[in-house]
Structures are given as structure tokens and as C-alpha cells.
Design a protein around this ligand. Structure first.
Ligand SMILES: Cc1cc2nc3c(=O)[nH]c(=O)nc-3n(C[C@H](O)[C@H](O)[C@H](O)COP(=O)(O)OP(=O)(O)OC[C@H]3O[C@@H](n4cnc5c(N)ncnc54)[C@H](O)[C@@H]3O)c2cc1C
Length: 379
């Protein structure tokens, strides 16, 4: 049985109250306008959400990854796009916290904990799944690193304060691409946001290009050692990005469950509530079971990370299951609502658009299955 601590349940209560008061009333507006709610992000910073797993001495709340998932689930229950922006921010925070020098941590962690948006830039036009195929470069010229290239599909692209960027810095001894990670401030000369994608779902977090045009960086912008880029980006995506995206999908699943129950009780058909029909009960049962299974997988995965144990398979399973289940639950809930399912006054069609967008985010379901199968086959 999954049991969260009393403090964790208390945190959930605080986040839920905040979300119901401050986010739920504007969730539809955020989706329609597809803006990045920077002011809201400052409020979540004030509540300690933005640096939830960062030690207190760097401006964080000193909690863990389970608490991260609680915050993301509660936010995504009403505004999955804003939740995804927060998840991507957490990736930058985690990379700096885990691989940064003391100076880097002291400089950047208080910034990202107090309202500055973080981002992680890996994907390029050549394909996000082809991680080692990145073509952006970093060259050491006159004691400075010079970054060039184009990243695409980057969340928080147009509101970025601190970007953790992966580029190619040479080849390793076997002739394979050597990747390194750098901390780049959003306003650094040559670092600009380019095209902004018009997404079907997860609107409310910007997703777009980051152009690197002769971005000159001091040597101490390197995160970890030269050649640590793959370890840093994959470690961050694999644990924080996917764990967080699973929690986004979990929030959508809870939305589907709650909306299906509410509608089935309120809608009168044949003179009785819709919930009297057995097939409607089947849909509610499936929504409840999907939510519960995704909840167990997600909190088990982040709990494994909190325990300091290897968790990439657990996290891939949670992300794979929760994202696919959220798509199915949203479609099922729309069906349950008949014609009203496609009316945008109800949030459920937005849940479907949001759920579909969680599938490619931080690695597709195909890639999750390759990771899960790989873990089994190596045993
Ligand atoms: C909402 C959203 C937010 C995102 N945020 C970020 C971000 O902040 N930072 C960032 O760096 N990236 C981000 N991405 C990019 C995301 O990581 C990529 O979209 C994802 O990795 C897939 O890459 P791709 O879109 O290039 O698809 P491709 O890699 O071109 O894949 C196309 C298809 O081929 C399949 N495929 C690919 N390789 C294999 C394989 N080896 N075996 C079997 N099937 C395969 C895929 O599953 C998919 O079905 C975001 C994407 C979205 C949608």
C-alpha cells in the first residue's frame, strides 16, 4: 500500500488550496491565450514550490522528489501546461544542484528558487530521440567557450532565466560525439528565443527554439566536466523530467476521474442520472483504476529516487503508463459526456489535448518501452 507521510499529505492540502483558488479559475484562460504565466510562477516561488527539493541553504524548501510529484500532480489537475513548465524548470534546478560547483550552486540556485524560470535544452531539429545526434557545438576559443546551433521544442524558451544547454564539444577516444553541458543565462548575448510552437496541448508553457549564435561563456559555465553532457542531460531527463511528466499525466487522470463522476451524477437522461447506466459505471471504474495504477507507479518511482536507489526503469514505467492512460481516460470521459464532451466550456477536451502532448515530452512511449525492456533484458 502506498502511504505518504502526514507532512506530505499536509503539503498536498496546501498546494490543492492554492491551485483551487489561484490556478483553477484561470486555467481555461491560460489555455486559450497560451501565455506563460510568469506572475503565477513568482507566486509558486514564494510558496517554496519552485525549489522544493533544493537544500534550504541555497534558497530551497529542503524536501524531496515525492513532494515535487505532489506539487506537479496538484497543479496539473487543473493546468497541465503550467505544470509542464514547472517540470522543465525542475530539470535545470536538478542539473545545477547535482553537478554544479559550489560557486555555481550559490549563484544560480537562489535565482531559480525565487522566480526565475529554468530550462533544459537538448532536442534539435535532427530528432529528439536521437540524443547522440546533437549537432550544436561548443568550442574553446581564447579561454572562452563559444556555443553555436539551434535547439527546438524547448519548454520555457521564451521566459527562460537560466538554461542548461547540451552541445557537442568534440569526440571521445572511440570517435563518438562528446557532449558537454553549460549553464547559460537567458539574456546572454547570442542566446535568443526563436520560433514559438503553437501546441495542441500543454499550452501555458512556452515551447520553442533556442538559437545559439556565438554565445561566449566563461570557462566556469561548464556544468560538471567536459564530456559529462550525456550523463547530466540523460540523468536529469530520465529521473526528474520523466518523473515530473508522469505526475503531470497523473493530474490529468484525476481531472478525468473527477469530471466523469460529476457529469454522470448531474446529467439527467431518461428521467434519471446518467450514472444509473452500467456502461457509464464501467467508464468511471476504468478511470478510477487507471488513476490508481498511475498513482502507485508514479509515487513508487519518485519514492525510489528519494531513497537514493536506481530508478530509471521505475520512472520510465510510470511515465509510459500514466501518459498513455491519460490519453485513454480523456477520450473515455469525452465519450461519457456525449455531445457535451466536445464543448469547450467543459475542460475535458483540453485534458485530451494535454494528455497527448505528455507522450513526446521527455521521451516518447516507444523510447520508454525500450528503456523498460532494456532493464529487463539486462537482468
Ligand atoms: C510539450 C513538449 C515539451 C518539450 N520540452 C522539451 C524541453 O524542454 N527540452 C528538450 O530538449 N526537448 C523538449 N521536448 C522535445 C522532446 O523531448 C522530443 O519531442 C522527444 O524526445 C521526441 O523527439 P522528436 O519530437 O524529434 O521525435 P523523433 O525522435 O523524430 O521520433 C519520431 C517517432 O519515431 C519514434 N522513434 C524514434 N526513435 C526510435 C527508436 N529508437 N525506436 C523506436 N521508435 C523510435 C518515436 O517514438 C516517434 O514515434 C519537448 C517536446 C514536447 C512535445
Amino acid at each position: 500500500m502506498l502511504k505518504l507521510s502526514e507532512q506530505q499529505e499536509l503539503l498536498r492540502k496546501v498546494v490543492r488550496e492554492f491551485v483551487e483558488n489561484e490556478i483553477a479559475p484561470i486555467a481555461q484562460k491560460i489555455d486559450e491565450e497560451d501565455t506563460c504565466p510568469v506572475e503565477l510562477f513568482k507566486k509558486t516561488a514564494q510558496l517554496g514550490f519552485n525549489g522544493v527539493f533544493v537544500p534550504v541553504n541555497y534558497g530551497g524548501a529542503g524536501l524531496g522528489y515525492t513532494e515535487m510529484a505532489i506539487i506537479v500532480e496538484e497543479i496539473a489537475r487543473h493546468a497541465a501546461g503550467f505544470g509542464m513548465g514547472l517540470v522543465t524548470h525542475y530539470m535545470a534546478v536538478y542539473a545545477i544542484m547535482t553537478w554544479g560547483t559550489e560557486e555555481q550552486k550559490q549563484k544560480y540556485l537562489p535565482m531559480v528558487c525565487s522566480g526565475s524560470y529554468g530550462g533544459l535544452s537538448v532536442t534539435e531539429p535532427g530528432g529528439g530521440s536521437d540524443f547522440m545526434g546533437q549537432k550544436s557545438t561548443g568550442q574553446l576559443v581564447d579561454n572562452e567557450w563559444v556555443l553555436n546551433g539551434r535547439k527546438c521544442f524547448i519548454t520555457n524558451s521564451h521566459c527562460m532565466g537560466v538554461n542548461v544547454v547540451s552541445v557537442r564539444t568534440g569526440e571521445d577516444a572511440k570517435g563518438r560525439p562528446q557532449l558537454s553541458a553549460f549553464i547559460v543565462e537567458g539574456g546572454a548575448p547570442g542566446h535568443t528565443a526563436g520560433r514559438k510552437e503553437k501546441k495542441a496541448g500543454l499550452r501555458g508553457s512556452f515551447t520553442g527554439d533556442i538559437i545559439l549564435d556565438n554565445v561566449r561563456l566563461p570557462q566556469d559555465s561548464l556544468l560538471g566536466k567536459q564530456g559529462d553532457g550525456a550523463k547530466i542531460s540523460l540523468g536529469t531527463l530520465g529521473e526528474i523530467g520523466r518523473g515530473g511528466t508522469a505526475a503531470v499525466a497523473l493530474g490529468i487522470l484525476r481531472g478525468c476521474l473527477e469530471e466523469s463522476v460529476k457529469y454522470a451524477k448531474e446529467r439527467i437522461i431518461y428521467g434519471k442520472p446518467l450514472s444509473n447506466l452500467t456502461n457509464i459505471q464501467f467508464a468511471i471504474a476504468q478511470n478510477r483504476t487507471d488513476y490508481e495504477a498511475a498513482r502507485l507507479l508514479t509515487y513508487n518511482a519518485v519514492g525510489t529516487k528519494d531513497a537514493g536507489k536506481p530508478c530509471s526503469s521505475e520512472i520510465a514505467m510510470a511515465k509510459f503508463f500514466a501518459a498513455e492512460a491519460a490519453v485513454n481516460a480523456a477520450k473515455r470521459t469525452m465519450d461519457l459526456m456525449g455531445g457535451y464532451g466536445v464543448v469547450t466550456d467543459y475542460p475535458v477536451s483540453r485534458y485530451l489535448r494535454d494528455a497527448v502532448a505528455t507522450i513526446p515530452g521527455c521521451g516518447t512511449s516507444h523510447i520508454m518501452q525500450i528503456i523498460i525492456a532494456g532493464g529487463e533484458l539486462r537482468k
